[in-house]
Write a protein that binds this ligand. Structure first.
Ligand code: EPZ
Length: 418
């Protein structure tokens, strides 16, 4: 079984380039289906979630191959319009392929993505929006069958700014006759990156990044070359690691505006942060103080994906920090593992109260989900002794060269196969 072993107590020092964004590249890989040509996705991170998306594209009949950090996807020929259950189970966000296949072919069969470690992952907003566009969707024994005699542009209002539903609507609307106006759209930077990719393919999409996105459907599309934005959550993770361990780290290639709520929180905790253009530098003496309550919310609020790693950074801070997790129902599964390391955290529903402790002790812990797993490593960097993190397949879903990057920054960390 693969483990990550980290020995705490070493400050971090140095510079790394931040990987391409997982949550940008996944919808963009689905969007390549619309292009019907060859797309070169530059700065594509090597992640198991990307491997899952590649398997789906190849299953559908696309040709996909790597050229260094660029993933070349040829969707000229599609031979299938279904995604098998096993592939859907590999990655819940495969539902993002729904809108793209429907727009390209007019029919999709896929199993219901179902819940995951974070709790139920309903797709009701996705389905109701696609039905508004003219999709006929039946659900039978866990299988979704979608088809359409032709998608028609319309006005859609999301009851909450769901990232995945926003992406599915944009992709489906590209294949609809006329104009689609999406209200209460998610505003995450990854939506703007998807829009940029689609416009490079010849689509007419505007407004991404705001709450209203307008899509003019049925534009003739083609392949393109696109560089994915930096992963703001991976960047937040490395900043949390530097804050926790102490030292001075520099992140290259990331837009600081995409994680300003995280840098603000770390500054309040006592870190000195400089950011300009696409570089963020963090200095920490390793002695943090508690901060005002952190409430996760849709972008531009504090990202739910950074909740666990910020919590880990604050485990030895002076004082008490309150977290309120407003996005997912079950996003404190890392807390039990952090408690095994000596953390003092109490949970009441969506609220977690983190009281700083003098020390953490290395022990064996199990990753419960992607960001919770990363949080265990952040905790291990500041613990006495060795922390062994198991179930690291969760971490490898979203972090490219995580151990290598932390080693480069001076951490005593290694991947072992026991
Ligand atoms: C995306 O998930 C991200 N995943 C998540 O990142 C991220 O945490 C989340 O957005 C919120 O920012 C990808 O982009 C691949 P949502 P998504 O639809 O699209 C509820 C990570 O760690 N909801 O914005 O699934 C839902 O249950 C991952 O990188 C419905 O009720 O998130 C949740 O409570 C984890 N019905 C809330 O909305 C729906 O039809 C937000 O979900 C859809 C969502």
């Amino acid at each position: 079984m693969n483990l990550i072993e980290v020995t705490g107590g070493r400050p971090l020092q140095g510079e790394i380039r931040v990987q391409g964004a997982k949550n940008s590249v996944l919808p963009i890989l689905a969007a390549t289906i619309l292009s019907g040509g060859v797309c070169e996705i530059q700065r594509c991170p090597r992640l198991s979630d990307v491997d899952s998306a590649i398997r789906i594209l190849r299953y559908l009949g696309c040709d996909v191959h790597w050229e260094a950090e660029t993933l070349v996807v040829d969707t000229t020929v599609l031979q299938r319009c279904d995604i098998p259950d096993a592939m859907m189970r590999e990655m819940r966000s495969s539902v993002i392929f729904l809108g793209a296949i429907l727009a390209r072919i007019g029919q999709v069969d896929m199993s219901y993505p179902g819940g995951c470690e974070l709790g139920p992952r309903p797709i009701d907003f996705h389905l109701s929006a696609l039905r508004s566009l003219g999709a006929d969707i039946t659900e039978n024994a866990g299988v979704l069958h979608c088809d359409t005699t032709g998608l028609q542009g319309t006005e859609i209002v999301l009851s909450l700014p769901s990232v995945g539903a926003t992406e599915n609507v944009i992709l489906a609307a590209c294949g609809a006759e006329g104009t689609t106006v999406l209200h209460n759209a998610a505003r995450e930077p990854e939506i703007a990156d998807l829009q940029k990719f689609l416009c490079l393919c010849g689509a007419e999409v505007r407004g991404a990044g705001s709450s209203t996105v307008v899509i003019e459907g049925k534009r003739p599309l083609h392949g393109c070359r696109h560089q994915v934005i930096a992963d703001r959550i991976a960047a937040a993770t490395y900043l949390a690691a530097g804050a926790a361990a102490g030292g001075e780290i520099c992140l290259q290639g990331v837009d600081y505006r995409h994680l300003s709520t995280v840098t603000t929180a770390l500054s309040e905790a006592g870190c000195r942060i400089r950011s300009d253009n696409h570089v963020i530098t963090l200095y920490s003496d390793g002695h943090l103080r508690a901060i005002s309550p952190i409430r996760t919310s849709p972008y531009p609020g504090f990202p739910t994906d950074a909740q666990a790693v910020l919590m880990a950074a604050l485990l030895k801070s002076t004082g008490t920090t309150v977290f309120v997790e407003n996005i997912f129902e079950n996003r404190y599964r890392h807390v039990a593992e952090l408690t095994r390391m000596g953390a003092d955290i109490r949970i009441e529903g969506r609220v977690a109260v983190v009281c700083g402790v003098e020390k953490l002790r290395g022990t064996s812990v199990q990753a419960t989900d992607l960001r919770g797993g990363a949080a265990l490593v952040v905790a291990g960097l500041q613990a006495e002794g060795v922390t062994q993190v198991g179930n690291i397949h969760h971490i490898e879903r979203g972090y490219n060269d995580f151990v290598e990057n932390l080693t480069h920054l001076g951490a005593e960390i290694r991947r072992t196969d026991t």
